[in-house]
Design a protein around this ligand. Structure first.
Ligand SMILES: [Zn+2]
Length: 489
């Protein structure tokens, strides 16, 4: 069974895609909830009914604890789930328990035999913090196993996932990713973000993901291991991570932790349940606290899964509407370290252009200085440089009222954009030249500055129409005659 990935819509490096494997399909971005192969609290059938069409489980634990059963019935029948399974190799456990009897071939043979659709080859997580020589060794070990697995088991129906290691050593991440692509892997997975995320090192996460993404062709999907924090999901999606896996929903639940849009809350100190999921709408904090630990963990797990699912749906809607940047920015306000990560992402703006549509239906918001780095503005600025041609010696900077009238005769007409400066009036109806709503002082110059810039272009006479006003602080005004679609409000 082959693996295919088709990008349907994109914004920044985030994309809505169709991942097909083994005759089954998933829409990405997608998070595989991790289930325990022996002791699973939420039944897989319930996960399916919540819309989760793929699950991850650990093949090493399955092999050690339920090998005979798994081989006899296959993973789908054994765990009662007919969707897509991705199995982790258990590289971490092999290392942890010093199980030297298990090699790449045992793990691969088992994963293929139980019929998992996606299987990670036996790797060794780099971890954090880690010394460079050890990090390099984890990369080489994981690569060697990956190549050997593909050579030996590549013909099996299971699709193999190439694990990228290297941790915070970005050159190692790059080498790892390039080598896996070169070896022929159709899907890669970036390792080691768990400790990085637990330490709130979100900016480092941005660098890691970008190091990997830059080394991988756009058409190859990227999985991010162990990423199940709702606040970081839009960021990871924006950087080009297509799938995730996490047990966070149950791990947090076990510790009495409640996921929310503004972060992780502690049930014990909460008074209200700010959520309308089927769990929260039928209970109270007090009632949850009165449940025994197992039942409370079950209820909180379901709530947490709803939050994660909602966040992913929100990412997809944002991609579709062309406002993924805005979503990442909004989420970044929840924590100063996330804000740092958003600033770090903005530094990669040139990379983010690859998936950003040149035309969008919705107005462009500039809410902070960081937004001046939006890829849409950089792309528009280049279009402007290529488009501005002088056809007269006279230029007119159109006032707000003249913009609606016929173009002035015998002069080139310009509009004033708050951040791009004078824009030829004929581009006025193109995104984002008059569809920008800005809360900032003009960085593209005021009317006097615009006149100076036009004179510098060779105009001998530059006049201004009535009130030349850029689109700053026009609260309640419709963005433009052409952009007043339902989406822009
Ligand atoms: Zn809830």
């Amino acid at each position: 069974m082959g693996l295919s990935f088709e990008v349907k819509e994109s914004d920044l490096l985030g994309r809505i895609g169709s991942l097909k494997v083994g005759g089954k399909a998933l829409e990405t971005p997608y998070m595989f909830p991790v289930i325990h192969p022996v002791n699973q609290l939420i039944p897989p059938s319930e996960l399916l009914s919540m819309g989760f069409r793929g699950l991850m489980t650990n093949s090493y634990i399955l092999m050690k604890r339920r090998k005979a059963e798994a081989l006899e019935s296959g993973i789908h029948r054994l765990l009662g789930f007919d969707g897509i399974f991705i199995t982790d190799s258990g590289g971490y456990q092999v290392l942890e328990y010093g199980d030297l009897d298990v090699g790449y071939a045992d793990v691969a043979e088992f994963q293929a035999a139980i019929g998992t659709e996606l299987a990670v080859t036996l790797d060794r997580p780099t971890g954090y913090p880690q010394r460079r020589p050890v990090a390099r060794e984890t990369v080489e070990y994981s690569l060697k196993n990956a190549r050997a697995t593909l050579a030996e088991f590549g013909g099996r129906p299971t699709a193999w996932v190439g694990p990228i290691q290297g941790g915070l050593y970005l050159d190692l991440v790059k080498r790892s990713a390039k080598a896996l692509v070169g070896a022929g892997f159709g899907i890669l997975a970036l390792g080691s973000p768990v400790q990085v995320m637990e330490n709130y090192m979100y900016s480092d996460l941005v660098d890691m993901v970008m190091a990997a993404r830059r080394a991988i062709p756009y058409s190859v999907p990227l999985h991010l291991f162990g990423a199940g924090h709702p606040l970081t999901m839009p960021l990871a999606v924006a950087l080009g991570c297509d799938t995730f896996d996490s047990a966070s929903y149950v791990l947090f639940a076990r510790a009495g932790r409640y996921m929310s849009r503004s972060g992780i809350l502690t049930l014990q100190s909460m008074k209200y349940l700010p959520c309308s999921c089927p769990v929260c709408s039928k209970t109270t904090v007090k009632e949850l606290l009165e449940l025994d630990h197992q039942r409370r963990t079950g209820a909180l797990s379901l709530h947490n899964l709803h939050v994660l699912r909602e966040e992913l749906e929100g990412c997809k809607e944002a991609i579709s509407e062309g406002r993924l940047w805005d979503l990442v920015e909004e989420r970044s306000m929840a924590h100063p370290r996330l804000r740092d990560a958003f600033l770090r992402m903005a530094r990669y703006s040139a990379d983010l252009e690859a998936g950003t549509p040149a035309m969008k239906e919705r107005g462009l918001f500039v809410r902070s200085d960081v937004d001046l780095l939006r890829p849409e503005l950089a792309m528009a600025s280049r279009r402007l440089a290529g488009a501005a041609k002088r056809s007269s010696k006279k230029a007119v900077l159109l006032g707000v009222r003249e913009r609606r009238g016929p173009p002035p005769a015998g002069a080139d007409a310009y509009l004033l954009h708050p951040h791009l400066g004078p824009v030829p009036a004929e581009l006025g109806f193109q995104y984002p030249f008059s569809q920008t709503e800005s809360a900032l002082a003009q960085s593209g110059g005021d009317a006097e500055g615009a006149k100076r810039r036009l004179r510098a272009k060779g105009y001998s006479s530059v006049s201004a129409g009535g009130k030349v006003r850029s689109r700053r602080n026009r609260r309640g005004a419709s963005p433009s005659p052409r952009s007043s679609s339902a989406r822009s409000r």
